[in-house]
Design a protein around this ligand. Structure first.
Ligand SMILES: *[C@@H]1O[C@H](CO)[C@@H](O)[C@H](O)[C@H]1NC(C)=O
Ligand SMILES: *[C@@H]1O[C@H](CO)[C@@H](O)[C@H](O)[C@H]1NC(C)=O
Ligand SMILES: *[C@@H]1O[C@H](CO)[C@@H](O)[C@H](O)[C@H]1NC(C)=O
Length: 809
């Protein structure tokens, strides 16, 4: 049967064909036509020339193109639809109308980037319609695919949003990746604006809800969102009632283009543009926005809202948000104005010793400003002055919100949903570190050991804990590579002068330093490298400042060049627990290094002097030293072995923060660190046993010395003390071992009430110290692990016993 009819059928088709072609002739796109992604590729234009589909060259990368639909007559490119926003097409990609797959976007090598997805059917032609809808038609003129059914961030007149449909924001104005906001008509008939987690597509709470859903009476619920050609924008309810999003403003909008766009900042705008170019001012007029004021709208619980964390949102006249960082804060990503803000200064309980905390900060008073969530503590009733004082006294407090004379709420960073608006009543007090203290602790994000960001630290730790040694090894390697990359970047950014020494490092001549030290008259200390003098540098441009001048007495480098190379290495080693090198002098036989002055002297005098430092101060100092060492070992390239860790080489600044001095000098002084040296470096009592053996010297010698130092810090006494009542207590390391094995670590801090109240911490510190002084090098932990153990980020296992026997070198 079929064979009989076939010829007739074909003839019938032949007759039909010219009809189809005729139907698609006026500006329609036939199968096989294509556009190539180049700057001046001709787009496919709708018959009235209102809309065009073509390649839009990306602003940030001229080699990338976005397949998009835009208004052809409006000079400023306004994109209303786009394909593959996440992955724009490279230059010379091709968009082609194919018979089987409709519109296909492929890269220059023919790899598929995107295609119009439809169930089945053969494509006859496509049309860029005057409404802005790009439609792919089948042989019977049925619509196989249309851009209106696959919206991106914009709704056009005659386009309809059904239940379950949504618009998604772009990532940024000129980045078309999916952003974090969505506009949708939910299955129960509510029009919602949500933020979502881009990674998981998890919906957070709606920050707008039209309330058109009605669970009980479905016939009343919203079932479509429509934008009409006259610019009316509404939800159509089951009973055919319209619930409008705008109240009529008495203007006839027939001769305007209209569009509804979910902007990258989460604001949905209905805007209009006159079709007649004469009445146009070149801008889209925003007729309404949803929500009315995104800064004070009901974001809650998750995400950071329209601005990033710690940012403050204000509404611009066009009802779009402006995000700005408080004074003393700046954008984490300078290119992302809507991103997070980060303090330019260090703050928090670890950065500031308790007793000095208050004087370090100013409070900025911001009227009509609030961060409404994440309350830490509420004080009520409270006066403004008391509120300020509460925040200044509390090292955890970064911001205090003062409510109308009623109460005071302390808050800790990071804070979302910051806002400043006339409708907002509270006053925000923002703590900003005083300029003179800010530079002492420059933020140093590149240091792994230093990670302040709680989240990433937790992730790091949980990864470290939950993975094998091998993975840890790789991970630490990657982190070190990443940080050394940042480190190098930072170094290269500081312009070097022709000697290869950073220009931030000052060169001094002998005369200048002689004057500064008043003829080298005040001696601060003597070390293995020479004598240290106190000095004052005076200059016209800034206030006089105190320095420590180290006169090196046995530098081996012959040439100035080598000396300068070494100095520049030290100068590039920055960390808040290292003494900073400010300048140098190499004139004739004089070689001197100029360091920042540490007003509180050495740890030795603090620890063994009178009165004794508190337990809290001591533990903070110990952690600070561990951080500094961790930095030298893990993040410097080449790695720096200190070789002489002892209380005399730890200096204390104005706030009794520990700074390690004398690092990086070994090479300068010709000490070969790779193998045992006849001249043992280090100091009696602190040197590791392997100095006496023919094994390579590694960073673990510092770990050993740190262990001894840690015990001294815990017990506030020297490792070897002859005039003690009990002979067993002469050598601290031995005595600690005894105490630990007998379970009497309390005895180590006998008269220290504060330490005795923190028994767990005491035991942890003692165990860490015992791990550090293991004779077997391989048993000693790395400084990184030491730091994690001290900070209670990982568990400390009981150290192996019997203890190493102390070596009197
Ligand atoms: C194409 O545009 C015309 C008017 O310009 C409109 O009537 C028609 O519905 C549109 N077709 C589609 C499929 O959008
Ligand atoms: C757009 O932003 C995303 C997310 O930040 C980023 O991964 C992507 O590379 C950006 N795309 C372009 C073309 O810049
Ligand atoms: C639903 O609402 C419509 C219109 O308000 C009303 O006529 C109808 O009786 C309601 N149905 C129910 C089940 O309440």
């Amino acid at each position: 049967m079929a064979s009989i009819f076939l010829p007739f059928f074909s003839a019938y088709l032949m007759l039909l064909l010219p009809l189809v072609v005729a139907q698609s002739s006026a500006g329609d796109i036939r199968v096989g036509r294509s556009i190539e992604a180049t700057r001046d590729a001709k787009p496919w234009i709708s018959p009235s020339s209102d809309f065009a589909l073509g390649f839009h060259q990306m602003e940030n990368d001229k080699d990338l193109f976005l397949l998009a639909i835009w208004y052809y007559k409006i000079p400023a490119r306004t994109i209303v639809w786009y394909a593959s926003g996440t992955k724009p097409a490279p230059r010379r990609s091709k968009a082609e109308l194919t018979a089987d797959r409709g519109l296909v976007l492929s890269d220059p090598r023919g790899q598929l980037i995107w295609r119009s997805e439809f169930a089945t059917g053969d494509v006859a032609f496509a049309r860029m319609n005057d409404t802005g809808n790009f439609v792919v038609y089948g042989g019977g003129s049925e619509r196989l695919w249309e851009s209106f059914e696959n919206p991106t961030d914009t709704l056009l007149p005659t386009q309809v949003i059904q239940r379950g449909d949504k618009l998604s924001s772009r990532h940024k104005e000129s980045n078309f990746s999916k952003g974090k906001f969505q506009f949708q008509l939910s299955e129960d008939g509510n029009v919602l604006l949500n933020t979502n987690n881009i990674v998981s597509e998890f919906f957070y709470f709606a920050y707008y809800n039209s309330g058109t859903g009605d669970q009980a009476n479905k016939t009343n619920s919203g079932y479509q969102v429509r934008l009409d050609e006259d610019g009316s924008f509404y939800v159509l309810r089951g009973n055919n009632q319209r619930q409008s999003f705008i109240s009529g403003d008495g203007v006839h909008y027939e001769d305007y283009y209209h569009k509804v766009t979910l902007n990258f900042d989460g604001v949905l705008t209905l805007s209009s543009y006159p079709k007649n170019p004469i009445s146009s001012n070149g801008n889209w007029d925003v007729r309404t926005t949803i929500p009315d004021n995104i800064c004070i709208t009901g974001f809650n619980q998750f995400g950071s809202g329209t601005c990033g964390y710690n940012s403050i949102c204000t509404l611009k006249p066009n009802k779009r948000p402006q995000c700005k960082c408080p004074r003393g804060y700046s954008l984490s990503d300078p290119n992302d104005e809507h991103g997070d803000c980060r303090a330019d200064f260090m703050q928090g309980c670890e950065a500031d010793p308790q007793s000095y905390h208050q004087g370090l900060y100013d409070l900025d008073e911001l009227q009509n400003t609030d961060w409404p969530t994440y309350d830490q503590e509420v004080i009520s009733p409270c006066s403004a002055d008391a509120c300020k004082a509460y925040c200044l006294q509390d090292c955890l407090c970064s911001v205090a919100i003062f409510n109308n004379g009623k109460d005071c709420v302390k808050k800790t960073l990071p804070l979302p949903y910051g806002r400043q608006d006339r409708q907002v009543n509270p006053i925000a007090f923002v703590k900003v570190r005083k300029a003179e203290f800010a530079h002492r602790n420059p933020p140093d994000i590149s240091t792994v050991c230093e990670k302040r960001d709680r989240n990433s630290l937790t992730v790091l730790i949980s990864v470290l804990l939950g993975s094998s040694m091998f993975v840890n090894f790789i991970l630490v390697g990657v982190l070190c590579m990443a940080s050394s990359f940042l480190y190098h970047k930072r170094v290269t950014r500081n312009h070097s002068n022709k000697n290869g020494i950073q220009s931030s490092l000052c060169f001094f001549n002998y005369k200048e330093l002689e004057d500064a030290t008043n003829g080298f008259d005040t001696e601060l200390g003597r070390g293995s490298f020479g004598i240290v003098y106190k000095g004052v540098i005076k200059s016209d441009s800034r206030d006089p400042f105190e320095v420590a001048v180290k006169k090196l007495d046995r530098v081996v480098q012959d040439t100035d060049k080598e000396f300068r190379t070494e100095v520049s290495v030290i100068a590039q080693t920055h960390h808040r627990n290292l003494v900073k090198l400010l300048g140098y002098c190499d004139e004739g036989r004089y070689r001197m290094l100029v360091y920042e002055y540490m007003s509180n002297g050495t740890l030795a005098s603090f620890l063994f002097g009178d009165p004794k430092p508190s337990w809290n101060q001591r533990t903070q100092i110990a952690v600070g030293i561990a951080r500094g060492l961790c930095y030298l070992h893990e993040e410097c390239s080449p790695q720096i072995i200190h070789c002489d860790i002892k209380p005399q080489n730890i200096l204390l600044n104005d706030y009794h923060e520990a700074r390690i001095s004398d690092f990086g000098l070994s090479k300068l002084l010709g000490v070969d660190q790779s193998f045992t040296n006849t001249a043992i470096r280090g100091t009696k009592g602190y040197v590791a046993p392997e100095w006496f053996k023919t094994v390579p010297v590694t960073v673990k010698v510092d770990v050993y010395s740190f262990g001894v130092l840690l015990l001294e810090i815990i017990c506030c006494r020297r490792n070897v003390e002859m005039d003690v009542s009990d002979e067993e207590r002469v050598i601290l390391t031995d005595w600690t071992c005894d105490c630990f094995s007998e379970g009497t670590v309390d005895a180590l801090v006998e008269n220290d009430a504060e330490a005795l109240t923190e028994k767990m911490k005491l035991e942890r510190f003692v165990m860490v110290a015992l791990w550090c002084i293991q004779e077997d090098v391989s048993l000693r932990p790395t400084m990184k692990k030491v730091l994690l153990m001290l900070e209670e980020m990982i568990m400390v296992a009981p150290p192996p016993l019997p203890c190493p026997s102390y070596m009197l070198a």
